[in-house]
Design a protein around this ligand. Sequence first.
Ligand code: FAD
Length: 501
Amino acid sequence: MSAKGKPSIVIAGGGTAGWMAAAALARFASATHDITLVESEAIGTVGVGEATIPQIHNFNHALGLDEAAFVSATQASFKLGIEFAGWSGDGSAYMHAFGPVGRAHGPLPFQHYWLRAADEGDAGSLAEYSLNEQAARAGKFRRGPSRSGGAAMPYAYHFDAALYAAHLREYAEARGVTRVEGRIDSVAKHGESGHIRALHLDGGTQVVGDFFIDCTGFRALLIGEAMGTDFDAWDALLPCDRAIAAPCAKAGAITPYTRATARPAGWQWRIPLQHRTGNGHVFCSQHMGEDEATQLLLDNLDGEPTADPRTIRFQTGKRREHWRGNCLALGLAAGFMEPLESTSIHLVQSAIARFLPLLPGAVPAQAAIDRFNADADTEWLAIRDFLVLHYRANAREGEPFWDAMRGLALPDTLTSKIALWQQTGTIHRAGDELFAEVGWLQVLAGQGVMARAHNPIADAMPKEDLARFLAQQKQAIAADLATMPTHEAAIADLTARHNPS
Ligand code: FAD
């Protein structure tokens, strides 16, 4: 208990994960808990992580952040999806765009009508039925519905994760979170329970607490080193283990989508922000050396680099338990998958959302710990399957890394999902799995994994009606696009509300 008689929560680490946790606890638990965050400026943060998914709105809304202030403070741009370039060979490209692709009809999702039309030879590509993809490719974006009734477009952000953490720090400190600067030297535990008692900092300061949140990044000082929680490595399925990051100057208009371009032993990200473009090359060190990977990245930037290239080493996988005793791990301390679908910051937010309803008083309940860990497993495994699909279904023949990825032994969950799609045209979304059917649809079709059948109900629609059904959708998208502002105009419009001149 703190001096004020409240249970105390100590957050170790002040990267994106630490300050997201601090901000959420400040918002919802500052009346009942004492909250302290310890971080070390000398150690710094991982310094990458700039693309998000639309669920980030739930987090920002829960905190009550003003969108214009947030977009200005974090140099954010809007993100409508991710383009995957070269995954089926150089020159190929498809998009996993947010939002609907085509309209459902009767009991069937759109893809059954699209598959039937494809069989009959006149479907066009899936992209033609996605407003988000068409807008992304045209460099356009609109917040909210259009005046003529066009639906609001789901979107996420590209932002500077360090600026986001700083924005949340301001929020959290203003609501009573105490920040302690210092390097954690060791972690003291209670003898009998094995629970953490205190963090010992260089210089002799002790930070005592009832509950600890490990946000120390890949070091995992609390959940790993102190609590001894095992790490389940996933490198057999997701073998990339290095990233070289190099921001560059902005060149041309800010595109409203992330790009993930396949390279001979991995892939390259391009994330456009207002003030610069984030770039990185994720690769497998068994197939490429760091010097070659760095050169490949530098040869493929669209502006002058604005900082020296930096290497980040990682291993994919997760802690077997994200919560053990009085210690919860968030962010990179909990584990890491590829940044391929921009899920890491989301995993911090969803863990916080699951933790708050289970928030312990002075002593955590084992039932709460078990519930949390089981849900974390389900969530992480489903995302892992989705990422593995991108690699497994590649068509880059003749490159050893990609040839090996096509031979991956798939988890049963993924095998059955692909089989259902191929045999029936149906995509099954388990429970509250993060990625919806429409996300799987775009990646499966985009990577050339096609269904061989569709639901027979789709055959009941007369051929002319099907043609009209499809044409109307394309026309509605074209009409909406014609009146849509450019992405840059949409950013300027929003940020002007924060800084009216
Ligand atoms: P860190 O940023 O590493 O922060 C760790 C904190 O702990 C720091 O404050 C540090 O000072 C502190 N600390 C560590 N040791 C000590 C100590 N001994 N004493 C005191 N303090 C200590 N996520 C996305 O959502 N989208 C992306 O596009 C994306 N891209 C990524 C690309 C790569 C290559 C990588 C590696 C990650 C990416 N991520 C992405 C993940 C994202 O960067 C992280 O999930 C997110 O920033 C959270 O990091 P963190 O706070 O857990 O760790």
